[in-house]
Design a protein around this ligand. Structure first.
Ligand SMILES: CC(C)(COP(=O)(O)OP(=O)(O)OC[C@H]1O[C@@H](n2cnc3c(N)ncnc32)[C@H](O)[C@@H]1OP(=O)(O)O)[C@@H](O)C(=O)NCCC(=O)NCCS
Length: 161
């Protein structure tokens, strides 16, 4: 299938559209400040997908410092996928996969060694997407979401090169 979308970094003119996509696709919504702060701190991993000049999806991430969950080597930088979404009419065309793949590539610019995220256990589309990209469920958090649903924490190592 020919790719009809392109990826680029978020810029502040995208804010209104990203807010719209976030509210359309997910119950976890954020303030303008939240989006802009993540962009200010981690611009390389705040990426949008455009189709015919219109933004139809995004991913945003935060780099955090924590203990390695793979091998005990003290503190490591981990990239946290905070939010990813594609508008319903643009799904199943590879956009979600391309956004996560590009974000993982750019996480290395921040020297992140691992990548992780939380996902609703019933969110088959997202869980399958992450599994396809070699994430594994590392644990389950009960009542993670405001409505009481459990979350899987899914994790993968980032390639060093
Ligand atoms: C999850 C989401 C971002 C996927 O975006 P997408 O552009 O449709 O994903 P892609 O087309 O790149 O699909 C890549 C892979 O994900 C999996 N996948 C995507 N949608 C799926 C679905 N509805 N059912 C099962 N697997 C699915 C498949 O493994 C797919 O690979 P394949 O096409 O070779 O089978 C999109 O469904 C979405 O925005 N959902 C609402 C927001 C959300 O849940 N975000 C994640 C929160 S953690």
């Amino acid at each position: 299938m020919q790719q009809t979308f392109k990826l680029r970094k978020f810029n502040i003119n995208d804010l209104e559209r990203i807010t719209y996509i976030n509210r359309t696709c997910l119950p976890e919504n954020y303030s303008d400040y939240f989006f802009l702060d993540l962009h200010r701190r981690f611009p390389e991993t705040f990426i949008v997908a455009e189709e015919n000049g219109e933004v139809v999806g995004y991913i945003m991430c935060r780099i955090e410092t924590g203990l390695s969950s793979f091998i005990f080597r003290g503190l490591v930088k981990k990239a946290h996928i905070v939010s990813v979404a594609v508008l319903p009419q643009y799904r199943r065309k590879g956009i979600g996969e391309a956004l996560v793949t590009k974000a993982m590539e750019n996480m290395r610019l921040y020297k992140a060694k691992h990548c992780f995220l939380e996902v609703r256990v019933t969110n088959t589309a997202a869980v399958d997407l992450y599994r396809k990209l070699e994430f594994e469920v590392s644990r389950t958090i009960r009542s993670y979401y405001a409505d009481g649903e459990e979350a899987y924490v899914m994790t993968r190592k980032l390639p060093s090169k």
